[in-house]
Write a protein that binds this ligand. Structure first.
Ligand SMILES: Cc1cc2nc3c(=O)[nH]c(=O)nc-3n(C[C@H](O)[C@H](O)[C@H](O)COP(=O)(O)O)c2cc1C
Length: 233
């Protein structure tokens, strides 16, 4: 399964280890995998120039970093976003990456390819906060149009991966197996969920009936979405 993994941290701690378990269960091999580590692969903050919205993402001052990630996302069947919990949220560098993809939020210029993708979010905390950290990632994925999103959040109650209790390790392994089984079973059967469809129709109405950003409106029109075309099959 062609996969892209974006790690919200460069070091190979618990989050990284949890993702490796998924890679094994899902049979993901290096020849079908693209990995990005943050901040290495997106070292800049969004500067708020709005150029991606007004002119196009190719004019983003950081497009040298954004474009390879955008292309890897388009080409992957499975998208994995993984971040440790930092103060009940994703790491700053994961948020920075997601900010650079605001242009493909549903209200702007969602990419048709996203509507048939499966995503998995992975978040590891020492104690608590996985729910809100995962929401940081699922929020973007849903607004990109991603239709099937799996979640794996775990509070390890330990300072690092090697100190996780046997009981928690086996819980992690069995949840990873269960989620991976679901991902593999539902492969090729991805349909947009109600929330994604609902968002699409809300923004379709907006672009049809009001003067939204000209670039966005032209994009929706060009896709045929203001007429009969839809981004899903
Ligand atoms: C800046 C910072 C903030 C953190 N905030 C939280 C938190 O809100 N909740 C929590 O349970 N753990 C928190 N932690 C601990 C990490 O989430 C925890 O150590 C996790 O296992 C790290 O995963 P990693 O090994 O992949 O880096 C924080 C750690 C750091 C460095």
């Amino acid at each position: 399964m062609k996969t892209v993994i974006i790690y919200g941290i460069e070091h190979k701690g618990s989050t990284h280890n949890a993702v490796q378990l998924f890679k094994n269960e899902l049979g993901i091999h290096n020849d079908n995998l693209t990995e990005f580590f943050l901040p290495r692969d997106m070292p800049h903050f969004c500067v708020g120039c709005n150029t991606c919205f007004m002119k196009g993402e190719e004019f983003c001052p950081h497009s040298a970093y954004v474009t390879p990630i955008k292309e890897a996302l388009i080409n992957a069947e499975l998208v994995i976003l993984a971040s440790p919990v930092y103060l009940f949220h994703v790491t700053g560098q994961m948020k920075t990456l997601l900010d650079h993809f605001g242009f493909q939020f549903m209200v702007h210029r969602p990419n048709k390819a996203m509507f048939s993708k499966t995503a998995l979010v992975v978040s590891i905390a020492a104690g608590s906060g996985t729910k809100s950290a995962m929401k940081d990632m699922t929020g973007s994925l849903e607004y990109w149009g991603v239709s099937r999103i799996y979640k794996f959040g775990f509070a390890i109650n330990a300072a690092n991966w090697n100190e996780i209790s046997k009981k928690n390790k086996s819980m992690i392994e069995s949840r990873v197996k269960k989620i991976s089984k679901g991902i593999l079973a539902k492969r090729n059967k991805v349909k947009p969920k109600l929330k994604v469809k609902g968002l699409f129709y809300i923004f379709r109405m907006m672009h049809k009936n009001s003067d939204s950003i000209a670039n966005d409106k032209a994009y929706w029109k060009g896709q045929g979405w203001l007429g009969k075309e839809r981004p899903w099959k």
